[in-house]
Write a protein that binds this ligand. Structure first.
Ligand code: FAD
Length: 396
C-alpha cells in the first residue's frame, strides 16, 4: 500500500504541480487605482464573478486577494457539484439555480482553458444523511418534480456502490451530479482571467471602505488606495470585518469544516457517497472524507475530536476504510447565513457596492450562477427577480 507523510493542508495542494501553484500568486506590482469594477476576495465566488464581468464587457476589472487566489474555503472543500442533493427544504428557485450552475460547469469544462477534472459521476445520499420525508416518499416527490432522482435499494444499491455497509438499505441517487478539483479550477480560471486582461492581485488586503456622497469612494488596501467605479465584496465569512465599522450588519458567521484524505488507494468507491458527510475517491486514488460543521468562530485549528468524528462516519458508511490511514487533514471556514443561502445584493446606503457571500456548503456549486446574476445586474443596472431570495433585507 502507498504511504504518504502527514500534511496539514488541503489534499488539492498536494495534487497541484508547483508551477501551477505559482500561478495563484501573481503578486501586485503596478495596480490600477481606478478600475471600473473592484472585486475584493479571490475565492471561487470572486473569480467566477470576475469571469462573468469580463464576459459581459464590464470594463476594467481588478480583483484583490489578501492571500493566494482560492486561499480560503475555496481550496478546503470536497469539490462536489451536488445540485441534486440540495434538499426540498430550500426554495425551489434556489435549487433550480443550483442545477443551472452545475450545468454552467459542464459548459466550462468544454472550454479550451478548462482543466479541472470535471466528472459527471453522480451522487448517492444514504442515511444518516437527513431527508425532509421518509426516503421512499421523498424520492417519489423528487421524481414527480422531474429532478432526476432515483431511489436505489437492495441489489441495485450494492451494484451501484459495492463498498457500502450492509446496514445501508436505501439511497437517493442523482446521476447528473458532478465533481471537480477546486484548486485546478482556480488555476484554470486564473489563466482565463489573465488572458481576458482581468487584473488579479494577491497579497493585497482591503482594510477600510470610505463612503462619500452615497457611494464607496475609496477602498484602503495594504497596497494603497483604490477608487473603484463599482465594488463587489466576495470576502466569504469575513465580510463583516469591512462592513460592521460602517454600521452595516450582515449575519455572516464562519462554519468550520475539517476534512481528511487517505493516501492513494486502489479503486474502492464508484460513487460520491454522502452519509452525513462526503466520501469521494479522486482520480489519483485518494479518498476524501468530511467535513465537520463546527460553530467555533474563525478558528481553523485541526482537532483530534473532529478527525475521529470524520473517521467514524466514513467507516460506518464504508467499512473497507476501517484500516485505512488518512495522512492529510485540513480545515476551512465556510461562510454561513441563518437560512444557509447567500447574500447577493447591493448594499444599503451606497449605489456602487455589492456583496456576494454566504454560500455555506454550496459555494463551489453556486459560484458560476452567482457570477452570472451579479454581472447581469452591474451591466444592465436591473437585478434579476431571482436575486430577491438573496437580499440582505430578508434578515431585517
Ligand atoms: C470541508 C469543506 C467541504 C466543502 N465541500 C463543498 C462541496 O463539496 N461543494 C461546494 O459547493 N462547496 C463546498 N464547501 C463550501 C465552499 O468551499 C464555500 O462555500 C466556498 O469556497 C465559498 O467561496 P467564497 O469565494 O465565498 O469564500 P472563500 O473561498 O473563503 O474566499 C474569500 C476570499 O476572500 C479573501 N479575503 C477576505 N477578506 C479580505 C480582505 N479584506 N481583502 C482581500 N481579500 C480578502 C480571503 O482570503 C479568501 O480567499 C466546502 C467547504 C468546506 C470547508
Amino acid at each position: 500500500m502507498v504511504t504518504e507523510p502527514m500534511t496539514y493542508r488541503p489534499i488539492w495542494e498536494t495534487l497541484l504541480e508547483p508551477a501551477h501553484r505559482q500561478e495563484l500568486s501573481p503578486g501586485h506590482a503596478g495596480l490600477p487605482v481606478r478600475p471600473d469594477v473592484l472585486v475584493v476576495g479571490g475565492g471561487i465566488v470572486g473569480l467566477s464573478i470576475a469571469l462573468a464581468l469580463s464576459q459581459r464587457s464590464a470594463g476594467q476589472v481588478l480583483l484583490v486577494e489578501q492571500d493566494e487566489l482560492a486561499g480560503g474555503a475555496s481550496r478546503a472543500n470536497g469539490g462536489g457539484l451536488f445540485a441534486g442533493q440540495m434538499r426540498a427544504t430550500f426554495p425551489n428557485a434556489f435549487r433550480t439555480l443550483g442545477l443551472e450552475s452545475r450545468e454552467m460547469y459542464a459548459a466550462w469544462a468544454e472550454e479550451d482553458w478548462a482543466d479541472f477534472d470535471w466528472c459527471r459521476g453522480g451522487s448517492l445520499a444514504v442515511p444518516p444523511d437527513e431527508f425532509p420525508l421518509p426516503l421512499p416518499e421523498y424520492a417519489a416527490a423528487e421524481q414527480a418534480a422531474g429532478r432526476g432522482a432515483e431511489l436505489i435499494t437492495g441489489n441495485a444499491l450494492r451494484q451501484l456502490e459495492p463498498a457500502l455497509a450492509d446496514s445501508v438499505e436505501a439511497g437517493l441517487y442523482y446521476p447528473e451530479d458532478a465533481t471537480l478539483n477546486p484548486l485546478k479550477l482556480a488555476v484554470s480560471l486564473t489563466r482565463e482571467l489573465t488572458r481576458r486582461k482581468v487584473r488579479l492581485a494577491t497579497g493585497v488586503r482591503a482594510v477600510r471602505l470610505q463612503p462619500a456622497a452615497g457611494r464607496i469612494d475609496t477602498v484602503e488596501t495594504t497596497a494603497g488606495e483604490i477608487y473603484p467605479g463599482q465594488l463587489i465584496l466576495t470576502t466569504g465569512w469575513s465580510a463583516t470585518v469591512l462592513l460592521s465599522p460602517l454600521g452595516i450588519e450582515v449575519p455572516l458567521t464562519p462554519a468550520k469544516g475539517q476534512a481528511l484524505a487517505s493516501a492513494p488507494l486502489p479503486p474502492l468507491l464508484g460513487q460520491n457517497v454522502m452519509s452525513g458527510q462526503l466520501q469521494r475517491q479522486l482520480p489519483s486514488g485518494h479518498v476524501i472524507a468530511g467535513g465537520t460543521v463546527e460553530w467555533v468562530g474563525p478558528d481553523r485549528e485541526i482537532t483530534t475530536a473532529a478527525t475521529q468524528a470524520v473517521l467514524e462516519i466514513a467507516r460506518q458508511a464504508i467499512p473497507a476504510l476501517a484500516d485505512v490511514a488518512f495522512p492529510h487533514i485540513w480545515t476551512g471556514l465556510r461562510p454561513h447565513t441563518p437560512d444557509a443561502m447567500p447574500v447577493i445584493d447591493r448594499l444599503p446606503l451606497w449605489d456602487n457596492a455589492y456583496l456576494a457571500a454566504g454560500h455555506f456548503t454550496k459555494g463551489v456549486l453556486l459560484a458560476p450562477v452567482t457570477g452570472r446574476l451579479l454581472a447581469d445586474w452591474l451591466v444592465t443596472d436591473r437585478p434579476s427577480a431571482a436575486l430577491n431570495m438573496f437580499s440582505l433585507a430578508r434578515f431585517d
